[in-house]
Write a protein that binds this ligand. Sequence first.
Ligand code: AMP
Length: 114
Amino acid sequence: MATIFTKIINREIPASIVFENDKVIAFKDINPQAPVHILVVPKKEIPTLNDIDVQDSEYILAMYLAIKDIARDLGISENGYRIITNCNTHGGQEVFHLHFHLLGGKPLGPMLTF
Ligand code: AMP
């Protein structure tokens, strides 16, 4: 069954899209955790980071290049930002279609406290 992100790629459900090319789509997270919170998603249904393969390298590279361009276009490159990929239960993954969270727009503080 198609993931919610594939439905966004296929324009079956709406999203606030900020970037798109043949390999990647990026849109605003519906529940933002920072002033800038963008999801960067490959146009291939890779469920988790555990599932990537060398054949996916062009998608992975495209995701990083998209992040660079989006950060520049949204004016957060110089101050900086954070990217996160959650994987499976301990990572808190909710959508099983590989993605980066791009977070920025304010100092983000320590990565984790435990
Ligand atoms: P993760 O927990 O890493 O799988 O992150 C999934 C993210 O997708 C969460 O931050 C959600 O807020 C976000 N999300 C879920 N549905 C949508 C949607 N329709 N449009 C935008 N973001 C969404």
